[in-house]
Design a protein around this ligand. Sequence first.
Ligand SMILES: [Zn+2]
Length: 376
Amino acid sequence: MNVEEMLARLVAIDSVSARSNGAIIGFAAERAERLGMRVRLYPYKDERGVEKINMVATLGPTTDDEKVELAMVGHTDTVPYDATWTDALTLTESDGKLVGRGACDTKGFIAAALTAIEECGAERLARPLALVLTADEEVGCLGAKRLAEMRPFEARYSIVGEPTGLQPIRAGKGYCLAEVLVRGREGHSAYPALGASAIFRAARLITHLERIAEMLKAERREEFDPPFTTINVGIVQGGTAKNIIAGECRFTLEWRPVPGQKASRLLDLLRTSVEDERSRDADFDCEIKVLRIDEGMETPASSPLVRMLEEATARSAGTISFGTEAPEMQRLGADAVVLGPGDIRVAHRTGEFVPLKDLRQCVRILARAIEHFCML
Ligand SMILES: [Zn+2]
């Protein structure tokens, strides 16, 4: 089976995040076993009770502590597709582009990894290789987070498949989200002294956040665009009527920390601001609910993995501002680099595609990586 056929088989299996990924894991596990890999499955139930499975397949000499030299990681789930895209699960080629849901994000990488392993040949491995397939990446990297907690293996190097146009990516901003609820006291708007406006209080806190955002601009990382941690208050909701003093106001707070800066730094600054408000307004009542904390990730430019991939792609390593499973691979001990065929700007869209040329090139790059790290 060549890489296009492999991709066509993967695309044909519907693996939208809301469904079980059991079928696509079943297919991949069977392929991996045929390549002589030892397959371990880690099933779990998602929050709606749907079975999801992470798969770790290894090849080459085993060690007691399950340490692998190179782990290639791809997520099996895709974002949903529009009902009008009737060909979403049929890989079609036009103009050198392979079109289908997941072709770019991230089944192209998985097809390339399986093909590269097949081409290299198991008998030649001197150090262990892993193929790691995860669930629920598109809904918060939940599968990879589970693996990072369970630690079924450790890796020295990891290539995380995401569409980067085959540019090696060695650093990425984190992603964090919180919901802030500010409470006041309702009352007739003609008598402000009888109540306390939650909206005025929230506005004061948001003004603090604007100041904090300015302050964080000084902690620069020039290789990012923009070169600092960004903050966004995306939704503000509060109050019930024009003539009622607002009793509650809530807003979302999203921030994308540059690597090296703790994701919790912004929360510390926010809590200091809340204390500051409380010192002037003893009733200032505020609850911060943290919904997501994904740290930024960074692998040094001097890492052998970065150097090898820069050479194999003839491109220097860059940075990205979208989240990936790379931080979880770092938690498993790895120098992680994100790399895969296709363009992130066409991912998640109707008509998502991967260029056939990129897909084939990815097979060669991964085969070189396997030779470089796992063979004598
Ligand atoms: Zn992806």
